[in-house]
Ligand binder design. Structure first.
Ligand code: G3P
Ligand code: CA
Length: 245
């Protein structure tokens, strides 16, 4: 039996070659053959879901301050591309809604929640998932498993991805320990999981999406170990390796 190939998940789009978490980065990931994209979200002061990794804008824009204390309109005025390369000047912090509008439905979107749970976050996520018919093609992940549980309670059938770094004795036990949470996928740091762990987890019906795998030797290792998907800053590099067989 031939082994299933992992899906290519572009980390923050194609963050190795474009400014992370921008529409330009997501477009590049799609052009490079990504099957899915990963992105990070926070809530703005006026309750919009904003795509950005850090809780402040200083590292990836020409502004300063906390996302939670700025309105979407204020955030939209910032340049989110020039810090990476002059070619990307004018890129903006996207709203999650803009990403849903850009990315075709067959491309899975892994939304990593970086902010605390609030009823407004659940309400806005639920609205967007319904409006863009995305419930079956979005996986919401977080290092904060309590936030995932709260979101799944608020949004029935939400696909939840457990993000973690620790090397658990059993990754299946790790997923089961998330009491009351219906886990769709596990997202371990790639050095902490081997082929045996992956076989165990996939045997229980869990998808295994290790992160963030960039080095060609590491990519080869997690492909051979049987990952269901691989989160990488270089989706084109992973696609080429998979095409080589
Ligand atoms: O989702 C995997 C990975 O993105 C988690 O770490 O810091 O890149 O968000 P970070
Ligand atoms: Ca992330």
């Amino acid at each position: 039996m031939t082994k299933q190939q992992p899906i290519v998940i572009g980390h923050r789009g194609a963050a190795g070659e474009a400014p992370e978490n921008t529409l330009a980065s997501f477009e590049l990931a799609l052009r490079q053959g990504a099957d899915a994209i990963e992105l990070d979200v926070h809530l703005s002061a006026d309750g919009e879901v904003i795509v950005c990794h850090d809780h402040t804008v200083g590292r990836t824009t020409d502004g300063a301050g906390a996302i939670a204390e700025m309105t979407a309109a204020e955030l939209k005025r910032l340049d989110a591309g020039r810090w990476f390369d002059e070619r990307f000047a004018g890129e903006r912090l996207p709203l999650l809604e803009e990403v849903f509008q850009l990315v075709p439905l067959e491309i899975m979107i892994n939304v990593e929640v970086k902010c605390p749970y609030t009823p407004r976050l659940a309400e806005r996520l639920a609205e967007l998932l319904a409006q863009y018919n995305r419930l079956d093609t979005v996986v919401v992940s977080s290092f904060n498993h309590k936030v995932l549980k709260q979101l799944q309670e608020a949004i029935p059938n939400l696909r939840a991805g457990l993000l973690y770094v620790a090397n658990f004795v059993s990754h299946r036990q790790m997923a089961a320990a998330a009491e009351g949470l219906d886990v769709y996928s596990i997202h371990p740091q790639h050095h902490t999981i081997d082929a045996g762990d992956m076989a165990e987890a996939t045997g229980y019906g869990l998808r295994v999406y290790p992160w963030t795998v960039n080095d060609p030797q590491d990519l080869r290792r997690v492909i051979d170990a049987g990952a269901s998907g691989i989160i990488t800053d270089f989706p084109g590099r992973l696609r080429s390796l998979l095409n080589e067989g």
